[in-house]
Design a protein around this ligand. Structure first.
Ligand code: SAH
Length: 450
């Protein structure tokens, strides 16, 4: 069937849903159109920009009948930056839409009927991220910093990102000013000349200590000492500074070489009363307040008992397992990235947790050769979800309870469907708003063996 629209057509359509990705969804003569920056319930005028088999995309020209939930985006670069997708929607409505998004994924992708999806647990809607990589660039003699516009390497200049912790914004602004004042050359991708490429900022929610990694093309450059000294004077919470040397010509942010140049080598963070140390390359959850809510939910729903053994798959630096260790007999964590496993072990030691151990292995290998049967398995995979091998080995192992923590409702739906077919019953799905203003949503759910 020929699509009923062509590129360039201007249409008036009604938005009836939100897509995973944040765009509004409209139907024109049954043909699906994705229109960014719209709100379900609105009538909008839009111009078709792309037509594919089965769906198209359009750009918003005018909101003809606005939704009562439409608000003015807080950030002046919201429409060009691409980091957030939902700032034009009131926060309460974002939560309702995300709940529907999760529900739709379970129904359409998982073909799971009648699953209870709880209301999305709200979190602090602004200034919540503890980590950011800001690219720098030069524009008409002025140093700028911010984010890349979607699909490009054009830096959208900003002085404050409203979802970043205030300290990270302060570091970015002060560094931008100092690079300008000290005349330090910013790296250019086209000529491959210049020194400063990126700033990677991270801050602790609980102790306020911050760490910055300045990504440069050379460990020696004019203005280096002044930059470091003046930056630490301007940002009192800046406890640790690293240089990262990246001479590569591709666009990976970080090189292999880190040089510690100021303050302490690590900053301290806390989660549910446990303490963690973070270096420049350590993995850590980007929204610690929401992470605590997720871990509290794990405790609440898993209710580990004194004699039980918990397997924490995709354990990262061990945070979930360590927060359960006090309630059960033993925790075994599995993680494939070696430095994360080392961090997990030292985190156990730092917190005097003696009944947790960590395996450096893929979830696939570990499950097929485990040698014991855990009572509870916690899964927290990356966005792509579980592989077939993990699902098969897991169902062969047949733990009583599986607790799934997911950052992607689409792969969650697919995986839950497989686990249900293999004999598990689904509890209610609880979404937690780990990433306000964006379309992302974290979900947790307990499965019990029938
Ligand atoms: N549970 C942790 C980390 C979750 S992020 C937390 O709450 O902080 C997902 C983790 O899975 C990452 O640390 C990643 O390195 C790891 N990972 C990815 N693929 C894996 C695999 N096949 N086997 C084991 N770990 C894997």
């Amino acid at each position: 069937m020929e699509p009923p629209v062509r590129e360039g057509d201007v249409l008036s359509v009604v938005i009836d849903n939100v897509a995973f990705g944040g765009e509004g969804v409209a139907r024109h003569e049954g043909f699906v159109l994705f229109v960014p920056f719209t709100v379900p319930g609105e009538r909008v005028r839009c111009r078709v920009t792309e037509v594919r088999r089965g769906f198209g995309r359009a750009e918003l020209l005018e909101v003809e009948e606005p939704s009562p939930h439409r608000v003015r985006p807080r950030c002046p670069v919201f429409y060009t930056c691409g980091g957030c997708q939902l700032q034009h929607i009131a926060y309460d409505e974002q939560l309702r839409l995300k709940r529907r998004l999760v529900f739709d994924a379970l129904e359409r992708i998982g073909r799971l009927r009648g699953v209870e999806v709880e209301p999305v647990v709200p979190t602090r809607p602004w200034y919540y991220r503890n980590k950011s990589a800001f690219p720098l660039a030069q524009e008409g003699g002025r140093v700028i910093a911010g984010y890349y516009a979607p699909g490009t390497h054009d830096v959208v200049d900003t002085d404050q990102c409203y979802i970043q912790h205030r300290t990270n914004n302060l570091i970015m602004r002060e560094a931008k000013r100092l690079v300008q004042e000290l005349g330090i050359e910013v790296y250019r991708e086209d000529t491959r000349r210049g020194v400063i490429r990126h700033l990677v900022c991270r801050v602790s929610e609980k102790t306020a200590e911050a760490l910055v990694t300045v990504v440069v093309t050379s460990r020696y450059f004019p203005g280096k000492d002044d930059l470091i000294r003046q930056l630490t004077e301007a940002v009192p919470d800046l406890a640790s500074v690293y240089l990262n040397v990246n001479t590569s010509e591709d666009n990976v942010i970080l090189g292999d070489e880190y040089l510690h140049v100021h303050g302490s080598p690590r900053i301290r963070e806390e989660l549910l009363g446990l303490s963690f140390e973070l270096g420049p390359a350590s993995f850590f959850q980007v929204n610690p307040t929401a992470t605590e809510l997720v871990y509290e939910t794990v405790l609440d729903l898993v209710r580990p008992r004194r004699h039980e053994v918990v397997l924490d798959l995709y354990c990262g630096i061990g945070t979930i397992g360590l927060s359960l260790a006090g309630y059960c007999h033993r925790v075994v964590g599995v993680e494939s990235v070696p430095p994360a496993v080392e961090d997990a072990r030292s985190n156990a030691a730092r917190n005097e947790v003696e009944n947790a151990s960590f395996l450096r292995a893929t979830a696939e290998d570990a499950l097929e050769d485990l040698g014991f049967r855990p009572d509870v398995v916690v899964l927290d995979p990356p966005r792509r979800g579980l592989t077939r091998r993990v699902v098969d080995a897991l169902t062969a192992l047949a733990p009583d309870r599986i607790f799934y923590v997911s950052c992607n409702p689409v792969t969650l739906a697919r995986d839950l469907a497989q686990l249900c077919r293999a004999g598990y019953t689904l509890g209610p799905v609880r979404p937690v708003d780990m990433f306000p203003q964006t379309y992302h949503v974290e979900c947790v759910v307990l499965l019990e063996k029938r």
